[in-house]
Design a protein around this ligand. Sequence first.
Ligand code: HAM
Length: 433
Amino acid sequence: MRYSAPPYMYDVLPYPPSKEPWLYSAKWRYVERTFQNLCRYYGYREIRTPILEQTELFTRSIGETTDIVSKEMFTFTDRGGRSLTLKPEGTAPVVRACIEHGLFAQYPLLKLYYTSQNFRYERGQKGRYRQHEQLGVEVFGSSDPAIDAEVITLAMDFYRALGITELALHIHTVGTPEARARYLEALRNYVRPYLSQMSQDAQKRFELNPLRMLDTKDPKEKEILAEAPKLLDYLDAQSRDQFERLQEYLHALETPFVVDPMLVRGFDYYTGTVFEVKGKGLGAQDALCGGGRYDRLVEECGGPPTPGIGFGLGVERCLLTLEALSIVLPVEDENPQVFLILLGDSLRLRPIAVRLLHDLRRAGICADMDYQGRNFKKQLKRADDLGAPYTLLLGEDELARGVVALRNQTTREQQELPLESIVSSIKERLAQG
Ligand code: HAM
């Protein structure tokens, strides 16, 4: 029996895979650390929530009629008869955790970031998986559009830090639920005469979630909807004012953007600002990052009235974009700095070698040895394969004389040094580069 990863899920590997180089764990770590460092500069603190939550948290917050809730959740009943769902997204769990721990009362302005594994039963394709990782932020307690601009700029800075500059930032606002209701009425009135020419999917959206009609990929429907009334014209004064101020801030921050009236996000919780960062080289799955304001979500989840805004950015799409743009990440060197080679395999030698390795590691030196009892040539080859800049050669003879040979693998120069002080000698050499 051969097992494989579940459909449209993947493994991230310890060595660069030749077929899909983006599935190399060092690249993931680099991307995650870049994000975490940036969050530190911006004053965000980390939050971690469980991988699953009560199903109702998602159905209520994301919305019953959204694609995610109606067809994509991984839901199951646990042994205690509870309905649980693997996180399809990170925002609702963060809201739940902050309510549960009383953080809104304690910290009037909360700036949080997270790394979240999300699960959606989607039709898989390049850039769309059933498990994906999001790096996200959520800010609670301010409806100042300056914070919207900060959140958006953080996302853009993240891509810039990785060298991805071919990006398009799309922004829009969905207004208050009341303004949206007025707009949806107008949208329905406009679409009604064309409805019979539209797909079944669009007809269903017309009934259940008309805003989603704007998200169509069908060219004919696109043409019809191009002339539809615009949400911006139905906005309440406050949303309009906030949207204008957001644009001023983005200008001040020299963050280019386009106002995109067709920008539709797949969640019901948004109010006000919504945005997406679109990349190049991914075809249909070009949304690298998506987010927006959700000023009523905390209250709807049972917390105090608290405005909120955030985003989630997909790590897979980020790595695929880097690959498409041939950007090489300066990933950390995972090779040993020193490789210990045993000359002979006497029982006396082994404990000393193991101790020496331990001392090197304790001194902060990445050190390794061969545990397969192989001959000198094979150990040396292993050291070369691993790219160790130095090898240490230790045999009975060296041991008797209290020395160990240090070999520079590049110049092949070899020098005997006292075993006693070998750790500090190597430290010095490594410090000199
Ligand atoms: P979202 O737009 O559903 O938003 O997801 C955010 C990002 O996650 C997408 O732009 C994309 O890069 C990535 N992503 C989503 N689904 C998949 C998938 N199936 N495979 C690979 N990558 C995917 C949210 O989830 C919101 N919670 C974002 C948010 C935070 N809004 C406010 N705060």
